[in-house]
Design a binder for this molecule. Sequence first.
Ligand code: NAD
Length: 242
Amino acid sequence: MNPENVSRIKDALQKSRLTVFLGGAGVSVASGIPDFRSPGGLYSQKRADGRRYEELLSSDYFFEDTKGFYDFYWEKMVAPLAKPNAAHLALAEFERSHSLAILTQNIDGLHQMAGSKRVYELHGTTARYHCLGCGKKFGIEELERHGVPHCPHCGGIIKPDVVLYGEGLPEDALFGGIEAVSKADVLLVAGTSLRVYPVASIPQYFRGGLAVIFNAEPTPQDVNFDIVVRDDLTTALPEVLR
Ligand code: NAD
């Protein structure tokens, strides 16, 4: 990374009273979970029946073909073997001595696994589920990871607490996250194409001093950031957070 940018970011982080990190699928690529829009990401692929992955992750598809949804979901969206990478670990370490809020679009739980405490899961999580019949909540460890899970109490279909296309975001995470951004002194955005709304509109709430984006490819919002870093985020983030 450019040494001038490194010292500018480090300096701002040391003075910051609250730092916000807003991350996307690119943060977990080095943990073995493909993102959506990189070359080779899930969006460049199609299932054998010709359906695009975007369609498979929609609320419409969940209700139209729940078994088809879950066949895809258990295979592609739940990554039981994934472990936090250097970026997750550097953020968790930073939070031990600084005030940090993490807003993530990821559903993989890797920030919490790394030890991060203040995490806003804007698109939900594969770790939690609820019954559409009686509302009972379940952890992933209570479910068999194949087929359509049914509630042992009422027999209803169990749905993941993951935000599917066509659904609204969890209000606690969205409004809590926006409030943190509006109070932050430094905003670090990483591993996101900033194309999925409403999350892509969150950086506009930032009023602080330094906004940095770490992303391998250009995003439509690069012009709004003070510093744009194209280096691999698993080396660039630890470099500035250390
Ligand atoms: P995206 O796929 O649209 O964009 C990811 C970006 O990360 C790309 O622009 C890519 O260039 C960049 N990137 C990838 N690896 C990088 C690296 N090592 N260093 C620097 N940049 C890197 O992701 P998005 O904007 O988060 O939107 C995708 C949606 O899909 C999100 O809503 C998310 O919920 C979901 N998703 C989640 C996961 C997960 O939980 N891990 C995985 C795939 C998709």
